[in-house]
Design a protein around this ligand. Structure first.
Ligand SMILES: [Ca+2]
Length: 483
């Protein structure tokens, strides 16, 4: 009797360990939802489309701030920027939240082995308590040899002239190479391919310890500018097939301080200093961006193939996300995010759960990136983590059409004002407040009439009633918007 109980206990122990899902958590930098699974006809993203076919495509997922580090810190803590108090690239999350439990840390605290490879937190602003072992970063180059030589030469010339090499944030030297390059190299000769190589090795190591569930985070640097992908990805596209956006003008009647993007694209060596982007150059940039997406797609494909080869597919939840949206010429914003509009705040999100009944379906539910933390905890059977401001989207995986959040919120400081953007089913409504908390500007975009957000209609008398309703909804906040 005692013997059989022991066997039962061992068997249960094994079963419980085996039941814990692993998590493969894949991030891509500055990738807007321009993928086949999001309906784009031009891009070649067969691997992410394959992942979408076995999971769920979140068609209306919004980051909480359209800038790398604040978005990632918000996602990885499950808290909006108004709680993290981190709106810039630079601060470590422990500076404002010393005792916060992050998403990977929550998994670590619940028996998982957590590992980070590549850009998961913003590079140089990592969070050691999140990981079981120190985060790993590839030393492989971002550029091919030609652009590397150019960067070296330019930096040497600047130094010779006695110029200080400019920095942004705390440790980020400005790239002085071209905005795009297509070196004829193997995938693993460049940064993201090398990160993939390391990730495959990590997966094999983790697979050798089946009793130890893992949370493996892999972050790719593309398609953040510079768009550098091996030539074979560049060759997937032809410039003449690439359309330019029809709305290369700022949204009409938008506040001038708000209707701006960032500057970083203009730092690159082959971008015209007068900032006039000709159609020809614009097409080359889009060509580079698409090639960079396809390069990331191929890297993701390798991770998924290895998961299959190791027999881990049925034991692993796979999540793919981009840290925010991106503008490639729309509103005349090139290579930009840094604002509160749809194109900057809407980002790709895919989740594939083993045995998912709704595999291949899409949901139009409004989802926020703060939802990712509680969703992964929920899907893996972990207890909720206190203080998290998101809502588990697990119910959407069973019923993608069910009623869901009434709004998604994003935030951005611009021109000395703080803008809260609220996306409802139909509208994008933005309130800008000055330092005293007074509303100094409003924006309203009606996605039914104007899906490209080409005209701010907040000042039109016929929308006064809608503005009053949306204003009350912003005031009621995120808690009132929950399903
Ligand atoms: Ca980014």
């Amino acid at each position: 009797m005692r013997h059989s109980l022991l066997i039962l206990a061992i068997a249960c122990g094994h079963a419980m360990a085996a039941e814990k899902l692993n998590v493969l958590f894949i991030a891509s930098d500055d990738m807007r939802p321009q993928l086949g699974c999001y309906g784009d006809k031009l891009v070649k993203s067969p691997n992410l489309d394959k992942l979408a076919a076995r999971g769920m495509v979140f068609e209306r997922a919004f980051c909480q701030q359209a800038l790398c580090s604040p978005s990632r810190i918000s996602l990885l803590t499950g808290r909006h920027p108004w709680t993290t108090r981190i709106y810039q690239i630079g601060p470590f999350l422990r500076e404002t939240m010393p005792d916060v439990v992050t998403l990977p840390q929550h998994f670590k605290n619940n028996g998982y082995f957590t590992r980070s490879l590549g850009k998961v937190y913003h590079v140089g602003i990592d969070d050691p308590p999140s990981w079981s072992v120190p985060p790993w970063h590839s030393k492989a180059p971002r550029y091919g040899p030609e652009a590397q030589a150019l960067v070296k030469k330019q930096v040497a010339e600047m130094k010779a002239r006695g110029e200080v090499i400019p920095k942004t944030g705390k440790k980020l030297p400005i790239f002085r190479g071209p905005a795009f390059e297509a070196p004829d190299l193997a995938d693993a000769d460049l940064l993201d391919g090398d990160t993939t190589r390391e990730a495959l090795a990590a997966m094999r190591e983790l697979a050798a310890k089946p009793q130890q569930p893992f949370f493996l985070a892999v972050g790719f640097a593309n398609p953040h500018v510079p768009w550098v992908a091996p030539k074979r990805y560049w060759d997937l596209y032809h410039a003449e097939d690439i359309p330019l956006p029809p709305n290369q003008f700022a949204p009409k009647n938008a506040p001038e301080f708000a209707a701006k993007s960032g500057d970083d694209f203009y730092w690159y060596s082959n971008v015209p200093k007068d900032r006039v982007i000709t159609p020809e150059f614009g097409r080359q940039c889009l060509h580079g961006y698409l090639a960079a997406i396809s390069y990331v797609d191929a890297c993701v494909g390798r991770l998924l193939d290895e998961l299959d080869r190791l027999g881990l597919r049925e034991k692993t939840l796979v999540v793919f996300w981009g840290d925010h949206g991106y503008y490639m010429g729309e509103h005349s914003w090139w290579g930009g995010k840094h604002n509160n509009y749809e194109g900057a705040t809407r980002a790709p999100l895919l989740a594939a759960l083993p045995g998912q009944k709704t595999a291949g379906q899409k949901t139009r539910a409004l989802v926020e990136f703060v939802d990712i933390f509680p969703s992964l905890a929920d899907l893996c059977g972990l207890p909720p983590s206190p203080g998290v401001e998101g809502t588990s989207f697990k119910p959407l995986l069973d019923d993608p059409k069910r009623p869901w959040k009434k709004a998604a919120f994003s935030e951005y400081p611009k021109g000395g004002n703080q803008g809260i953007a609220m996306r409802t089913d139909r509208y994008r409504y933005v309130e800008w407040k000055d330092k005293k908390g007074e509303i100094v500007a409003r924006e309203l975009y009606d996605h039914q009439a104007d899906p490209q957000e080409n005209e701010n209609v907040a000042g039109k008398p016929e929308h006064a009633k809608v503005i009053a309703t949306l204003g009350a909804q912003v005031k009621a906040g995120w808690k009132a918007a929950r399903p």
